[in-house]
Design a protein around this ligand. Sequence first.
Ligand code: AR6
Length: 180
Amino acid sequence: MLTRRIGGAELEVIVADITTLSVDAIVNAANTSLLGGGGVDGAIHRAAGPDLVAECRMLHGCKTGHAKITKGYRLRAAHVIHTVGPVWNGGTLGEDDLLASCYRRSMGLCGKHRLTSVAFPAISTGIFRFPADRAADIAVRTTVEGLSAAPSVTRVVFCCFAEPNAKLHAEALARHPGPC
Ligand code: AR6
């Protein structure tokens, strides 16, 4: 839908099922148990197979705004970065910062593990009800900022499940001022 080069990375917005992508890591919009759920979390666990939840069990959960990495098992992606977005409660409980933290920490893990490509779903915009336009701005801004902590990353995919959300990400990416 849109591709833009910023610094050393290509950022692209696509409409797809994230479980089908060939990237070093896909990001999972998980819950604090890390033991699976509905939405993209359920789809990733179904596609990865039961070894994923077995590895997740050893991680003893994840706080909101944090991120943990596992292998991808039956996925094309070698890794899954599990992050827990905030539940939208009107915006007064630090939801923006917590959502930004998901993207920042996920990019940090990409840097730490020297990954070259990563795909994000629109974290928190489904079951957790975060407003999609506000989330798209945070996703694009924080990911671009996070490139400096992840110089290995040359490709970032914003993988939306539906066209309207992809349009919001494409607009946010198009109006981004460029390298931070
Ligand atoms: N590929 C890409 N995007 C997807 C896919 C997919 N296969 N499936 C859904 N989406 P959600 P949340 C989009 O609800 O809001 C789970 O139960 C979806 O359209 O998956 O962070 C967890 O265990 C939406 O835009 O995650 C948590 O309990 C986006 O992914 C809770 O839901 C996120 O929607 C997390 O809620």
